[in-house]
Design a protein around this ligand. Structure first.
Ligand code: 6PG
Length: 266
């Protein structure tokens, strides 16, 4: 799956997971701010990340919020006030509770039609990233029971192209470049509602300095095994396309989700 094997951390429950997630985000923020003066943090939707956002808002580590820029791994095409909005969820749990300016939050413009919103988000990312070093500092991801991550679902065109160059006719990972790869894509028919979404593409997630996948709960057992201990194609288990080129990949699991792993560090 990964060119570097992921670091797998297993905690007792979803609360322990959130606590560890906060610790890692805070540490990465400290380093990024010391090195480059800012920290680019990509948030996801879902219940597992949500717990961590609440814990982050408690601000135990004194993160320099004024130097953090927030992005979203994906967004459902609903207004910010809608209960399905990932931005709305992040605002309610985290962004509305910390000292930041509105321009630090880069939300997907869901008031536009979905293809235009994806294009606009692409432009936002390109305006912020350095083309020579297009590395987001930290991407938080969840995973659904079908192995989807962000809004990259099984069968998505974003994961049907080859990532390991086993098929010479397809675009290989090495040939991909920041100039030509889409960073953001419109999803028109997600298998669960809302069907229209915007998602980051695996390419830009894999350029990140650090990617942290957070998964908790019994309903994720099969997907966790398929993601970490099978040869499934990314077209079937999309999270298998997440393998940072040079960054760190870590998985934070609770005991329930990790139950069927055979090589787990229990
Ligand atoms: C979304 C999310 C999605 C989520 C997973 C896991 O907008 O739907 O970004 O990828 O992270 O579905 O969600 P749970 O943690 O709720 O299982």
């Amino acid at each position: 799956m990964s060119r570097h094997s992921p670091d797998v951390w297993i905690g007792d429950d979803a609360i322990a997971l959130a606590r560890e997630g906060v610790r890692r985000v805070a540490e990465a923020a400290r380093r990024a701010i010391a090195a480059r003066g800012r920290f680019t943090l990509v948030l996801s939707g879902g219940n597992t990340p949500r717990r961590m956002y609440r814990a982050l808002a408690a601000d135990e580590y004194g993160i320099e919020w004024g130097r953090v820029e927030f992005f979203f791994s994906d967004e459902r095409m609903v207004p910010p006030e809608h209960p399905d909005s990932n931005y709305g969820m992040a605002r309610e749990t985290l962004l509305g509770h910390i000292p930041i300016r509105p321009e630090q939050v880069h939300r997907v413009p869901t008031e536009l039609p979905v293809t235009e919103a994806a294009r606009a988000y692409e432009a936002v990312l390109r305006a912020v990233l350095d083309p020579k070093e297009p590395h987001l500092d930290f991407v938080v991801l969840g995973m659904g029971p079908d192995g989807h991550t962000a809004s990259i679902f099984p069968g998505s065109p974003l994961v049907t192209r080859d990532f390991t160059s086993s098929e010479p006719s397809q675009v290989t990972r090495a040939a991909r470049s920041y100039a030509t790869e889409p960073l953001s894509a419109a999803v028109l028919n997600a298998p669960r509602p809302p069907r229209e979404r915007v998602t980051l593409a695996p390419y830009i997630i894999n350029q990140a300095r650090q990617v942290m996948v957070m998964v908790a709960g019994e309903d994720k057992v099969a997907a966790v095994s398929a993601a970490l201990e099978s040869d499934a194609e990314a077209s079937e288990i999309p999270i298998r396309a997440i393998a940072p080129d040079n960054g760190l990949l870590s998985w934070l699991l609770d005991r329930k989700a990790a139950r069927a792993l055979t090589n787990a560090p229990f």
